[in-house]
Design a protein around this ligand. Structure first.
Ligand SMILES: [Zn+2]
Length: 170
């Protein structure tokens, strides 16, 4: 198994919930390590394919240390795609989990407080902001983290699957 960076979510009582922890999986021992800051998580994620994460990259940690967090259904997990560009300074990338657990959404909060949800919106925004002329769409990624359905509480899983088409029989 080689799951790439993850964001995990608490069971929401509210319509949608946000990330409560950032973790990455070691490419050697497959243990999960939590990261104290989103910035650190983004640093690792931005070049995960070219420079896979290993425990030794964290100060004082080796593969011998017990895992910080275990992949299980005590939290809902969502996996971000690897190699997402690091969020430009002043911007914030926000991933939220929908209340029905079907999907996550990604938006960017701009330095002047605007919420941008799609690539065309971002192109428009950057066009109007000469201060960010060095930025382009390739500095952003709207691909939402994929919810790991085996970590979704059963009740919600049933709801989600009842609205989907039945899988094809082999
Ligand atoms: Zn390790």
């Amino acid at each position: 198994m080689n799951i790439t960076p993850i964001t995990s979510y608490k069971e929401p009582g509210t319509p949608s919930s946000t990330v409560i922890a950032y973790a990455v999986q070691c490419d050697k021992c497959y243990k999960w390590r939590t990261l104290a800051t989103e910035e650190h998580f983004e640093e690792i994620r931005r070049n995960l394919t070219g420079d896979p994460f290993v425990c030794d990259k964290l100060p004082g940690i080796t593969c011998e240390n017990p895992a910080d967090i275990n992949y299980d259904s005590s939290q809902v997990w969502a996996i971000d795609k690897p190699d997402i560009p690091k969020t430009p300074k002043g911007f914030k990338r926000i991933a939220t989990l929908r209340g029905d657990y079907t999907k996550t959404d990604v938006k960017y909060l701009t330095p002047d407080g605007k919420h941008i949800r799609t690539s065309p919106q971002m192109v428009e925004y950057l066009k109007r902001q000469p201060a960010y002329s060095d930025l382009s769409l390739s500095d952003f990624c709207f691909t939402a983290p994929k919810i790991m359905s085996d970590t979704v509480p059963k009740h919600y899983k049933n709801l989600a699957s009842s609205t989907k088409k039945k899988p094809k029989l082999k």
